[in-house]
Design a protein around this ligand. Structure first.
Ligand code: HEC
Length: 239
């Protein structure tokens, strides 16, 4: 055994150093392996998610079983948002309010949400189903706060087929509708019920979506205000 080795290192200290060094390099490579594992795991999960959507494996048909994420988005997120942003109605319910709402409901909502005594087959064939406010879902509807019924009517519900009406109905009309729906489980005055079921044996009509477009078509076009754009960005230079 060389003398210097005995003099400077000696048996145990030299071993400890080696052992320490060994531990350090083993720890580093262990951590590296862990990082690599996490990275590969993330990549594989991302690839699996892309494949799931790309190859059409996500539930897209109404008859498909809803995925867990759809259920969570629909029940948890939507409900949370509706209740957290619910406001109080600016006026109370009255027969006039109900009558005004019944007119709109009949024309714009009944096709999906049904009327007293008649559920909408179209709405039942959507996923999520359009609640039948005056039918099987009347109790649940009335149990909601007025503001919770206003919110989805005004802003719509993504990926559900529920349109947003805040651009086609006024705030007053939206509140009138919410107040009417809130009373869906109550005995409504006869004129209101008659308006709701005023079908004259005609089938429920689809919402008159062309009406607002025709109205806006009559409004003379305003020239676009492009003063905020730099001259090079102004679109007219291209036309
Ligand atoms: C094209 C079909 C369709 C039309 C038209 C429609 N809705 Fe809906 N609506 C739906 C669907 C589907 C849902 C269920 C969405 C969900 O549960 O995520 C819904 C949900 C709602 C909700 C939430 C109910 C709840 O229990 O959470 C309200 C309130 C509502 N609609 C009001 C209206 C009103 C008022 C109108 C008319 C101005 C209207 N809807 C027109 C399809 C429609």
């Amino acid at each position: 055994m060389p003398k210097s080795s005995n003099a400077f290192t000696g048996g145990r200290p030299a071993q400890r150093k080696t052992a320490k060094g060994g531990r350090r390099s083993g720890g580093a490579s262990g951590f590296g392996r862990l990082l690599l594992g996490v990275f590969l795991g993330v990549c594989l999960s991302a690839a699996a998610a892309v494949a799931y959507f790309y190859f059409g494996k996500s539930p897209v048909a109404v008859s498909d079983k809803p995925a867990l994420w759809e259920h969570l988005a629909e029940t948890v997120s939507v409900r949370r948002r509706m209740s957290s942003e619910a406001k109080l109605p600016p006026f109370p319910a009255s027969e006039e309010v109900f009558e005004a709402a019944a007119h709109i409901y009949r024309n714009q909502c009944a096709v999906c949400h049904g009327v007293p005594g008649r559920e909408a087959a179209v709405g039942r064939q959507m996923l999520p189903h359009a609640p039948q406010f005056f039918g099987r879902d009347r109790r649940e509807t009335s149990a909601k706060a007025v503001g919770e019924l206003f919110w989805p009517t005004a802003f719509g519900i993504r990926r559900s087929g529920m349109p947003a009406y805040n651009h086609t109905l006024s705030n007053t009309q939206l509140w009138q509708l919410a107040l009417l729906l809130h009373s869906a489980n109550d005995e409504l005055p006869d004129p209101v019920s008659n308006l709701l079921i005023a079908t004259d044996q005609q089938p429920v009509q689809a919402p008159p979506v062309v009406l607002p477009l025709r109205e806006t078509a009559k409004v003379p076009r305003q020239p676009l205000d492009k003063s905020h754009l730099a001259p090079t960005e102004r679109p007219e230079s291209r036309f």
